[in-house]
Write a protein that binds this ligand. Structure first.
Ligand code: TYD
Length: 230
């Protein structure tokens, strides 16, 4: 396909959404044709599914949860992701199928085989070209989600799962990255946001350049990298 598909993954509070925003702004400033999207909730119907899935008052059965995340994804793949990729866009998605493997697989305990089958059904084989895994200890990320939800009436249903749930999810993500080292990049997010952003750019810019979606020109006089749009 003409475009490129980059996903942002990590446990809740890992800092992925902030980094996605920073990267999208940077790429747009370079003239990149960027689509920012997310799961769950990347389509109008998906937004309604998201509200139901994350409502802390709702008693969502794990099987329902697995299938609704998959339904959200099917709509997203068919109505948003494929058309954007066919149109040559740089698609940045806040979560995708690896989240189901980590959360519903390792977190809820569904077998990897079943989860893979459902993921395959929903995605019709669409895989990210690059996955950035934002990694932070469960203790640090929980402190962040707690601070974030202080202003709200209540946290998301999945945010408030126990620490061992998030530990299983984190380990599953790291295991997925180990199995597909060519697709995944692990980025530690315990440092300052700007430093993490620099590391994200150091990965993504050459990746896009290699695909002809962004070209870095002659090294800048001061030795800093300069990029310009095609
Ligand atoms: P996210 O949008 O990252 O949360 P927030 O914007 O509040 O930081 O994700 C919402 C939650 O949904 C998160 O706890 C992870 C969960 N999730 C799954 O359990 N399975 C999935 O397949 C996806 C896409 C998300």
């Amino acid at each position: 396909m003409a475009g490129t598909f980059i996903t942002f993954e990590g446990i809740d509070g890992s800092g992925k959404s902030t980094q996605l925003r920073f990267l999208a702004n940077f790429l747009r400033s370079q003239g990149g044709n960027v689509l920012v999207t997310r799961e769950p909730g990347g389509t109008p119907v998906g937004l309604r599914l998201r509200a139901a899935l994350l409502d802390a008052q709702e008693q969502v059965d794990p099987l329902t949860e697995l299938l609704v995340f998959a339904a959200d994804r099917a709509q997203h793949v068919r109505r948003v992701l494929r058309p954007a990729l066919e149109a040559g866009q740089i698609v940045l998605s806040d979560r995708y199928a690896d989240a189901t493997k980590a959360y519903q697989g390792a977190g809820r305990g569904f077998s990897p085989e079943l989860v893979s089958e459902i993921v395959e059904l929903a995605t019709e084989g669409l895989k990210p070209d690059l996955t950035l895994l934002f990694d932070l200890s469960v203790a640090e990320s929980s402190a962040r989600t707690r601070r974030r939800s202080e202003g709200k009436q209540r946290g998301d249903r999945l945010d408030s799962e126990a620490a061992d749930f998030h530990t299983r999810v984190r380990e599953a993500y790291l295991g997925l990255a180990e199995k597909e080292p060519e697709r995944f990049r692990i980025i530690a997010t315990n440092g300052p946001v700007e430093e993490t952003h620099e590391r994200v750019k150091d990965i993504v810019v050459p990746f896009l350049e290699a695909r002809g979606l962004m070209v870095s020109r002659e090294p800048a006089a001061a030795g800093s990298r300069q990029t310009r749009p095609l």
